[in-house]
Design a binder for this molecule. Sequence first.
Ligand SMILES: Nc1nc2c(ncn2[C@@H]2O[C@H](COP(=O)(O)OP(=O)(O)O)[C@@H](O)[C@H]2O)c(=O)[nH]1
Ligand SMILES: [Mg+2]
Length: 473
Amino acid sequence: MRASPGDTIAAISTPLGPGGIAVVRLSGNHSVEIGDAIFRGRESLSSSPSHTVHHGRIVTSDGCEVDEVLATVMRSPKTYTTEDMVEIACHGGSMPAGRVLEVCLSQGARLARRGEFTLRAFLNGRIDLVQAEAVADIVSARTRKGLEVALGQLTGSLSGELGTLREKLLDFRAEVEATIDFPREDIEPSAVEAIAEIGRSVVWDVDELLRNCDLGAAVRDGISVAIVGRPNVGKSSLSNALLKRDRSIVTPEPGTTRDAIEDCLHIGGIAVTLIDTAGWRDTNDVAERAGVERAKAAASGAALVALVVDASEGIDALDRAIAETLDPERTLVVANKIDGGATVADEALRSLLDRSGRRAKSRDSSVAGAVTAWVSAATGEGLDELRRLLVTRVLGAVHEEESPIVSNSRHIDALRRVRAGVARAVTLLVEGSPSELAAVEIDDAAAALGEITGETTPDEVLDRVFERFCVGK
Ligand SMILES: Nc1nc2c(ncn2[C@@H]2O[C@H](COP(=O)(O)OP(=O)(O)O)[C@@H](O)[C@H]2O)c(=O)[nH]1
Ligand SMILES: [Mg+2]
């Protein structure tokens, strides 16, 4: 996957199909030369200043006109790849762009592989691997929050944090190294303790980064919320009201919903998949029984369960029996139908989450009462608050995070290895094992840290990272 410096690559960087414009990109030492061979404008690209745009035509080697275009010439090093680049904006549509690309290839450019422009930016040292991956995340972002996090990573917020961590790890390594030549009994216990303390502080920093990884995963992949409860409490009505469309069938008959019905909405920039489910009850109807099984599976697989009860009827034995099977840490109790006049007290709702006298706590004390909500699917009352709670109950209050969010599973895996290595080194040190052993652990941890930013990333990992990209990025 390594690029040889001499070869100049070309690709269509815009989606194929009809569109306003399409862009064909060239990068490499021969970009401007190839550009000159195929572009006819008022002046040649090679005689034009860097970062200028030129109107003209693309022609084949035998002078046949291909398209009318705008060509941008950008000289090394201030370009996306840091190499000389030419970008040709032609008419949209796969035909003009395909023909322009063909002409580039006929003049000696090679077709770029997936992500090869970004790979070159990485190999040429303009961005690190975290930033390269952020580019792919920006392109594939499905939510506003996902885009924000990826943009933060592109500007280097996570890279900066990892750099600080690396410095600390190297300090730790140097201190351990310094003790290698001394017999262990010659080293003061307080000196060993001081070195171990540096290691512990690295572990603490890694934990801080990993603390946000639930949020990171939620930002990337969204969260799932299963809506469960006994028949006829208004689960489908509530699901429809939250989605603002009639996705599930609603009737006054109990047992209407027999399948798990999924749909997606965005709350505060996070993608939330709602799963409306069949009401739980004992029944002889085969389809309904299968639906109840699906409801139970949805409840156990979802990040959050919204247990719906009927405020106009109050809590009954079936509500309690269902609540009993749920994990109180992942449950939000929702009292629906508050438009009927009657209501259920907070105490009563919370009691559904009591386990052996222990109260379910809200995860974040700043979100008071975050385990219960009151709504009317019919009038819409309380729905905005419920939308907010669905997200905060899973993620805690989504503050504007100060520390960067680790959202990539490759980074999370590497950080866990960093943590494990450093923690083992600290244990070896305080146990009085030879310092060499601790040093080996720290080296492994440093290698794992280097994998994240790309300093010590094996080629097959690089291949996997850049396979996620489109051609032309
Ligand atoms: N008054 C009132 N009726 C509701 C409300 N939500 C649902 N219903 C009614 O309750 C019945 C059952 O609703 P449905 O959504 O099918 O309940 P599910 O079986 O839990 O999915 C229907 O007749 C709904 O119109 C509400 O907030 N207020
Ligand atoms: Mg239903």
